[in-house]
Ligand binder design. Structure first.
Ligand code: 5GP
Ligand code: ZN
Length: 110
């Protein structure tokens, strides 16, 4: 999608450093981190949200990418978050998994 910031990042348009990359997924640092570690795992294909994700292989690829990025950075304790829809905090409508780590986090989230 031409107007989507995560499509542009995944296409390498901003020379973003990828913590992990394979044919289908990239992982990069969130621009506005909420913790010392805040990464985003993003499919290269434009999918608006988890509601639009029906490809089992891509689901596997996304979670594999999360694990590979954590392994690379030696992160053993972390939270993964997928916001699906405006009312629960989704702001970028290109599917992404947040990986948040490096400080204690409260539960339940607000
Ligand atoms: P959401 O609220 O949609 O679940 O999360 C969107 C996330 O994308 C936010 O944490 C926000 O800081 C991050 N973000 C928005 N624009 C950019 C950008 O241009 N680059 C990067 N690296 N992260 C972004
Ligand atoms: Zn997109």
């Amino acid at each position: 999608m031409t107007d989507c910031i995560f499509c542009k990042i995944a296409n390498g348009e901003f020379n973003t450093e990828f913590i992990y990359e394979d044919d289908n997924v990239v992982v990069f640092k969130d621009i506005n981190p909420v913790a010392p570690v805040h990464l985003l795992a993003v499919p290269k294909k434009h999918i608006e949200s988890l509601n639009g994700l029906n490809d089992k292989e891509l689901i596997t690829d996304l979670f594999f990418a999360v694990k590979q990025a954590c392994k690379k950075l030696n992160i053993k304790e972390f939270r993964t978050v997928i916001n699906t829809g405006k009312s629960v905090g989704q702001e970028v409508f290109h599917l992404h998994i947040h990986i948040i780590s490096g400080r204690p986090l409260n539960w339940p989230p607000g």
